[in-house]
Design a protein around this ligand. Structure first.
Ligand code: MN
Ligand code: MN
Length: 463
């Protein structure tokens, strides 16, 4: 065969022509859709991951062959020992479990014009208008003074009510229409409607209740919350309550070739990395995954990538192994994938991308040699040696891949957890599927990219 000297990325769908393979892709996508629909918060995602790992005989003992460690219900580390000594390093895949959303304020409840709303403070990068006039579900954790935990999830099942932020009607939006986008939608107006009917007063108090109608919807809501969850207003101050888009993820398109759903950044990588860990044939190299929280707000915090959690977990793997396994050696010899999504070339905003270096839906998982912005500021760039070896690995297995930057130079940018792993001296590169409408309530990902991301992560673990 004649050797081609030029390079063109290839559509991943071309490798999925066999009907039997298409069926497998659809089956995997269905499981992914169920996962996305069930896991709307970092806690729910961590719980799902731990449940599946336990089913696969991962345990909390660090001396075991399959190790699982969850921090505060929000960050998860799992490792599978290989035949090689630990000092040879880990094959590590890191992803994040948190997603942009609307967090309730600590004192959320306000009553105005016969409705009670919850005031919110958004988490992560959102486009505020996308959260108006759409059904929202509430997910969270209320903890009583005595430590008792009350998980909350309401608005997902068809028989449950949903919640909503009202938007301005077009008839009165003339002035708003002339405002700048950033000024037209105010964070302090992202108030979620929770209730509308007043408390039914006792017969002899009815007239009095009418007089001070002000607090009665709020009182009614507090009564309902107490009846349903046994909680009072003070419990909300210490609670974590998140408003997220209600409803299931879905296939999108007549050909069902896309998945639409909330939180695919970065749960598609969490799902793919978990699948890869559970499916990969046992091998030489020690393997690990780490799923961090707080990526969307800069990776700070006890459960974020900037914390010591991952380091502690690797240290805990060392006792009982061959002598001279130093944790620094493990880090320096590790190879990591920072598994995060890349912005797909947007058909309607192609001019914001530099097309030759943009990720395309359906062209397989995408490498980003660096992230950051303004002259690669804030980037941990992968070295040519590592990038080339991964390219060789995927080519040998016939797994399609692509390479991209996030948008045109000086157009914007973003960060991932890669730099926190690079800080240990390990080789790391960003590698994940492209996503359209990133950070929106309905992100779009290609089923072909999902399939080949799992295949690529598997190949990485087996290498
Ligand atoms: Mn991400
Ligand atoms: Mn993100």
């Amino acid at each position: 065969m004649k050797k081609k000297f030029s390079y063109q990325p290839q559509s991943a769908w071309k490798k999925l022509n066999a009907p039997a393979l298409r069926e497998k892709v659809e089956a995997l996508t269905k499981r992914y859709i169920d996962f996305l629909s069930a896991c709307k918060t970092e806690r729910e995602t961590a719980e799902y991951v731990c449940r599946r790992l336990r089913q696969a005989k991962y345990g909390e003992k660090f001396s075991g062959d399959r190790v699982l460690c969850c921090l505060r219900g929000k960050a998860v580390f799992a490792a599978q020992r290989g035949r090689a000594p630990l000092r040879d390093g880990l094959a590590l895949i890191a992803a994040h479990v948190d997603t942009p959303r609307l967090d309730f304020k600590q004192r959320p409840l306000v009553e105005q014009t016969c409705v009670v709303q919850a005031k919110t403070h958004y988490y992560g990068g959102i486009r505020k208008y996308q959260w108006l006039a759409r059904p929202l579900a509430l997910h969270g954790m209320v903890v009583r003074e005595n430590g008792e935990k009350i998980p909350v999830s309401i608005g997902e099942r068809p028989d449950e009510p949903v919640f909503c932020i009202a938007d301005l009607l077009p008839h009165l939006a003339q002035k708003q229409g002339n405002q700048k986008l950033n000024e037209a939608f105010e964070a302090e107006k992202l108030n979620v409607v929770l209730a509308h009917s007043p408390k039914i007063a006792k017969r002899d108090n009815r007239d009095k209740a009418d007089e001070k109608n002000g607090d009665s919807v709020r009182e009614h809501l507090l009564e309902l919350l107490h009846a349903k969850y046994g909680i009072c207003e003070e419990d909300m101050i210490t609670a974590e309550m998140q408003a997220v888009p209600a409803g299931s993820a879905r296939f999108v398109g007549f050909d069902k070739a896309l998945v639409g759903g909330y939180g695919q950044d970065d749960r598609i990588c969490v799902f793919a990395a978990l699948e890869a860990l559970l499916q990969a044939k046992s091998g030489r190299r020690n393997r690990a995954v780490v799923f961090w929280d707080k990526e969307e707000i800069g990776s700070e915090g006890a459960t974020g990538a900037a914390s010591r959690f991952f380091e502690y977990c690797v240290e805990n793997l060392l006792p009982g192994t061959a002598p001279a396994n130093r944790v620094s050696e493990v880090f320096l010899n590790s190879r990591a994938l920072s598994a995060d999504v890349q912005a797909a070339l947007d058909p309607d905003f192609q001019d914001l991308h530099e097309k030759q270096n943009a990720a395309r839906l359906g062209y397989g998982p995408c490498f980003s040699k660096f992230t950051g912005s303004r002259g690669k500021y804030g980037a941990s760039e992968a070295d040519a040696e590592y990038f080339a070896s991964l390219r060789g690995l995927l080519n040998a297995k016939g797994i399609p891949w692509q390479s991209a930057e996030l948008g045109k130079v000086d157009q914007g940018g973003g960060g991932t957890v890669a730099l926190f792993l690079a800080a240990y001296g390990m080789q790391v590169i960003d590698f994940g599927p492209p996503v359209l409408s990133m950070h929106s309530p309905c992100e779009l990902a290609s089923c072909a990219d999902l399939w080949f991301t799992v295949e690529a992560y598997k190949a990485f673990f087996e290498s």
